[in-house]
Design a protein around this ligand. Structure first.
Ligand SMILES: [Cu+2]
Length: 217
């Protein structure tokens, strides 16, 4: 598969969002001077709902203490044995919710990544299995769950920078999105399913279309 291109495509998309988030953090640098959150931490939960008729289902738990979040994802019904890029999305300008059919800008009965951005914003964290968790790893397909039998059990502690963005996540504005939809059910990501990805025409849209979405509250 075109891993390198997949990576490049997402890197490009992420770049615009990263700039926005970075600006947001810079303007709120004084937040980090404040005392850390209550010792008990904040417990957030998201019910993951199917997008693009993926037929998948799942939920997310996040326990945030200080600047560390322990994230657990349980999902099933995902396309089997295929890498599923997954992220915590957040955008200062976003609606901080999951997209709906009304976000299907071109009325093709599919929600692609770009159409979802006004709802969930750009990538804040890549929920990889190991290594880097920044937006740069947004499509590091070697480090995302490949869901044998369509089942995902994920558990990892993710570090955050202190500040207004982390505060916004704690306040219920973070959106978890799991990507990868085998539209034509042939067991692989290919162009026959839904054509090319809007992120990069050399990629199948199946690899990047969102399959599950939930708001962490
Ligand atoms: Cu994503």
């Amino acid at each position: 598969m075109q891993h390198r291109k997949l990576y490049a495509a997402l890197g490009g998309v992420v770049l615009a969002g990263t700039t926005a988030v970075a600006g947001f953090q810079a303007s709120s640098a004084t937040e980090s001077e404040k005392p850390a959150a209550a010792p008990g931490g904040v417990h957030l939960k998201a019910d993951l709902d199917s997008l693009n008729d993926s037929g998948a289902d799942g939920h997310v738990h996040a326990e945030i203490k200080g600047r560390k979040a322990h994230v657990r994802i349980n999902a099933h019904g995902l396309a089997k044995n295929l890498p599923h890029a997954q992220h915590l999305h957040f955008g200062k300008e976003a609606r901080n919710e999951c997209p709906s059919v009304f976000d299907d800008a071109n009325n093709d009965h599919r929600l692609n990544v770009a159409e979802g951005v006004p709802a969930y914003g750009p990538i804040l964290k890549s929920l990889t299995t190991k290594g880097d968790t920044s937006p740069k790893s947004g499509l590091a397909v070697d480090r995302f769950p490949t869901t044998p039998k369509g089942v995902e059990k994920y558990s990892r502690t993710i570090n955050f920078a202190p500040g207004a963005v982390l505060k916004a996540i704690k306040n219920g504005k973070g959106v978890v999105v799991i990507h990868g939809v085998d539209h034509n059910g042939n067991g692989k990501y290919d162009f026959d399913g839904a054509g090319a990805s809007e992120l990069d025409p050399s990629l199948p849209a199946e690899a990047t279309d969102p399959a599950l979405c939930g708001v962490l509250r």
